[in-house]
Write a protein that binds this ligand. Structure first.
Ligand SMILES: OC[C@H]1O[C@H](O[C@H]2O[C@H](CO)[C@@H](O)[C@H](O)[C@H]2O)[C@H](O)[C@@H](O)[C@@H]1O
Length: 613
């Protein structure tokens, strides 16, 4: 059985990622790309679906784990009756092939170790043909070939490669697993010691570019490393998370594939990276976006594969029982075909922010912005599926309309401040029309709150973003009313749901419930800070920090009753929430509002709180 979600640490080489449990087992690895079929899928079934265990034979979880410095090199340490041992895991940056390097270091005594390599290609479906390729072991199945390189003697047991060996104090014993397409010649195995040194040097140098100077620096730096690990280096695409189908409720059906590039999630990630000095990543994403959208901006999708491919058909893998029996396990994502209005605003906002942050101007980018806006102008009055990608009928979601306002607003601002050309009067009129309509139809005067969609009784955590994007200032009484209402109606044990799935007769058309949404809870901390309730904001943020696992990972959601993480992991939305809230609470202005807009929080409460009903 897989471990609890917070037991997993991430390894990655900026093209794919692996999850390692505290027990020393790699239970998730897709090769060669984040969204390729997994060769270890025990995470979504059990060890029969493939895993790679390397740990003391006596078993049990590592007593202590940490990443080495600011790197993605994981060190897991066990104390056993025989002595102490450390396993150091990493994925070196991609050279000729993909590698996983595992170094066993004897710290004291003589520790008996056990290795079990159970490769199961195609998401646990296929046991490869394994043979000796002296001095190594080669495994082949269809398009994939893998080699295990180690000085330790191995043998086969029950379609598994097994080794039992002893490590003495001072000894270092390497294991290297290398993947390559099966039709190519065997790649050179990497030298494990050099790979570790190079990987550490890469991450140290990457972190030296960090310009974050606010509070909670360790939590922010770790989140930035994890966000970087979710970018696909060859194209600049940014992933939502490293996994598929970790459930939003244990035993439930809300299990989705997040190994793709959502424009919305990427926009949030880029805002966090740009705000902490990582301009190169923003430049790479802009190029990715321009390529992905090239052709017809009217055919903009809300998500793409890491290489910009558009077809992501959703289907279930019925041979996998699912994480703790949470079925189905899905790959692909049907939300790719949805109309989500906010995505136009998110893309335009990020391109605007990139220009403001000093990213070299790009003629094609402005051309794309104009064409996206033209398209949006013709569609903003249509109902959509909203940022939560509801699978119920399309609605006039307030957050979606506000993001349409953002698109028009940023275009007007670009002309005004950057001297680019466009029909600015028309855009200004569009911006004002959207604003007027949202305030008239999306705001409930009786309850003093904006609502989830026009005429809805339900609320939505995304309404907390209205002042952040500059739609209304923090001191507006409608914003105070909305923050109060959202906190009152969507909080569970101090954490925020994104909406109540049962509201308005079941807005998302999915059965069951889900956990508290971590990104939304970070937005609540921002909102409390923004309206001047700073002590509450800080307390909430500190509480959120305690929900990270021992090595800083956050998944998408949290179950406050069971006190455990839920949903895909590590999730960019949650990590971005952490970075952006740390910045905001440390005194930075909000990320996306245009310069000059009233975005600084008041030093104290300037408006009376609205009456509670
Ligand atoms: O709630 C149903 C939807 O859930 C997933 O979407 C969520 O994840 C996305 C990636 O992080 C995020 O952009 C979106 O805001 C979230 O609601 C799932 O991917 C969808 O297929 C599903 O309809």
């Amino acid at each position: 059985m897989a471990a609890v979600i917070e037991d997993y640490a991430l390894l990655g080489d900026l093209q794919t990622a692996a999850l390692v449990g505290r027990d020393g087992s790699i239970d998730w690895l897709c090769l060669p790309r984040f969204d390729s079929p997994a060769c270890f899928a025990a995470l979504l079934h059990n060890e029969e679906a493939g895993r790679w265990l390397l740990a003391p034979a006596s078993g049990g979880p590592a007593a202590h784990r940490r990443y080495r410095g600011d790197s993605l090199i994981l060190e897991s340490r066990w104390r056993t009756a025989e002595g102490e041992v450390r396993v150091v895991d990493c994925m070196p940056l991609r050279g000729e092939a993909a590698d996983v390097v595992r170094m066993v270091e004897g710290l004291s005594g003589h520790v008996t170790m056990r290795m079990e390599l159970r490769l199961r290609l195609d998401y646990g479906h296929l046991a490869p043909w394994v043979r000796r390729d002296e001095p190594d072991l080669a495994a082949v199945a269809g398009p994939d070939a893998l080699w295990l390189h180690t000085p330790v003697e191995t043998h086969g047991e029950d379609l598994t490669t097994v080794a039992e060996f002893t490590v003495r104090a001072g000894q270092r014993i390497p294991f290297v697993l290398t993947h390559s397409p099966s039709h190519l010649p065997r790649p050179q195995p990497v030298d494990a010691e050099k790979a570790l040194a190079d990987t550490e040097a890469f991450w140290t140098s990457w972190m030296s570019r960090c310009r974050y100077e606010g509070r909670w620096p360790q939590a922010v730096r770790r989140s930035l490393v994890l966000l970087k690990a979710l970018t696909y280096a060859p194209t600049g695409g940014v992933l939502a998370a490293a996994t598929t189908s970790l459930p939003e409720k244990i035993g439930g059906v809300r299990n989705w594939d997040y190994r793709y590039c959502w424009l919305r999630d990427a926009a949030f990630t880029l805002q966090a990276l740009l705000g902490t000095g990582y301009v190169e990543e923003a430049a790479a994403w802009r190029e990715w976006l321009l390529r992905a959208v090239a052709g017809d901006p009217g055919k903009l999708q809300i998500m793409y594969a890491v290489d910009g491919a558009r077809r992501l058909p959703e289907h279930s893998l019925d041979w996998l029982s699912g994480y703790e029996n949470s079925a189905p396990v899905r790959i692909g994502n049907a939300a790719a075909d949805q109309f989500q209005l906010d995505v136009w605003g998110a893309a335009l906002d990020t391109l605007h922010l990139a220009r403001d942050t000093g990213l070299t101007p790009h003629d094609t980018a402005w051309d794309l912005q104009r064409r996206l806006l033209d398209h949006l102008e013709s569609r903003w009055q249509e109902p959509d599926s909203g940022l939560w990608e509801v699978r119920g009928r399309p609605r006039h979601f307030v957050h979606s309309k506000v993001m349409a306002w953002v698109a028009a607003d940023r275009a007007v601002d670009t002309v005004r401040r950057h001297g680019l050309t466009g029909p600015v009067d028309r855009w200004r009129a569009l911006r004002d029309r959207i604003h007027t309509e949202v305030c008239a139809k999306g705001y409930d005067t009786e309850r003093n709150t904006f609502t989830q969609f026009y005429g809805s009784r339900g609320l939505d955590a995304a309404l907390l973003l209205l002042p952040r994007v500059g739609f209304l200032p923090w001191h507006d009484s409608r914003i105070h009313g909305t923050v109060d209402a959202v906190a009152r109606e969507l909080c569970e044990d101090g954490l925020l749901l994104r909406y109540r799935p049962g509201s308005d007769g079941g807005v998302d058309a999915l059965p069951g419930t889900e956990g508290a949404f971590l990104a939304c809870t970070f937005w609540l901390a921002d909102a409390l800070h923004g309206i001047g309730r700073r002590a509450e904001a800080h307390a909430l943020f500190e509480h959120l920090l305690t929900l990270r696992n021992d090595v800083g990972l956050l998944s998408e959601q949290y179950d406050p009753q069971a006190r455990r993480q839920l949903g895909n992991t590590p999730q960019a939305f949650s990590l971005v929430g952490l970075v952006n809230t740390a910045r905001f609470l440390s005194g930075a202005p909000t990320k996306t509002a245009r310069p000059g807009a009233d975005q600084r929080p008041p030093t104290e409460l300037t408006h009376p709180r609205p009456n509670r009903r």
